[in-house]
Design a protein around this ligand. Structure first.
Ligand code: A5P
Length: 233
């Protein structure tokens, strides 16, 4: 296991330790979340822990089913005690960039429905300022090149995300992902940039998660550190 994978594992273990009997839990996507789902499955087996999960992607759903983690049957409405998820970048005040795995739409819906949103990262993801990681913007396929032009007009360098065979990557919702690099100064006020992106017709959502995080759990070496975050930041 690489040093980064160990940190992901450590962060996932700390996050899973917060899951209690009877909870409804949002299950994130990506490799850190997959580690958490595996640890949760272990607790279900060994402790008889009873929980109901709400997955944030088809990949997490498949993993949970494979490991016997119970999932909510009705996904038309849910209130969650806790949601746990990874991130591609996080600041100390809990601003995130997510969507590196292409699951940001469901991740945001699930995080927003949780009383507590706990974000698990390895130490390399903690940044002073967002923006090193390209911001994923999920767009409808119809007229997506128009949106590329509009994002470029905002100053972004835009790359259509591709799959292994070089065809466009398609999200669980059938959308495309545009990975955007904006000029550094625009990240100083991510709320304004987020609104500008969100207001473009054809944008399904963007990977900024602002004012949503309650706790950052950071894997550092073989230890987990925690930062409590104010949602107002
Ligand atoms: C999935 O769309 C993302 O938001 C992930 O949460 C993020 O990419 C973190 O992934 P890893 O845990 O694999 O680093």
């Amino acid at each position: 296991m690489s040093a980064q994978d160990i940190e992901k594992q450590v962060a996932a273990a700390r996050a899973v330790s917060y899951i209690q009997d009877g909870m409804q839990v949002g299950l994130g996507s990506g490799s850190t979340s997959a580690a958490a789902v595996r640890l949760l499955a272990e607790r279900i087996k060994t402790e008889g822990l009873k929980i109901v999960g709400v997955p944030t992607s088809s990949a997490t759903r498949a993993l949970a089913i494979e490991l016997g983690v119970p999932l909510a049957k009705d996904l038309s409405e849910f209130q969650l005690d806790l949601a746990i998820d990874g991130a591609d970048e996080a600041t100390r005040n809990g601003w995130l960039i997510k969507g590196g795995g292409g699951a940001l739409l469901q991740e945001k819906i699930v995080a927003a429905a949780a009383k507590r949103f706990l974000v698990m990262i390895d130490s390399s993801k903690l940044v002073e300022r967002l923006g090193k990681f390209a911001l994923p913007v999920e767009v409808f396929q119809l007229g997506y090149r128009n949106i590329v032009a509009r994002l470029e007009a905002l100053g972004a360098e835009v790359k259509l995300r591709t799959a292994k065979d070089d065809s466009p990557f398609v999200s669980d919702e059938g959308n495309y992902l545009l990975d955007c690099r904006f000029p550094a100064d625009l990240y100083e006020d991510p709320y304004t940039l987020a609104d500008q992106i969100r207001n473009l017709p054809g944008v399904a959502d963007h990977g900024f998660f602002l004012g949503m995080t309650d706790t950052l759990v950071i894997g550092r070496g073989d230890r987990a550190e925690e930062i409590a975050v104010s949602r107002a930041s």
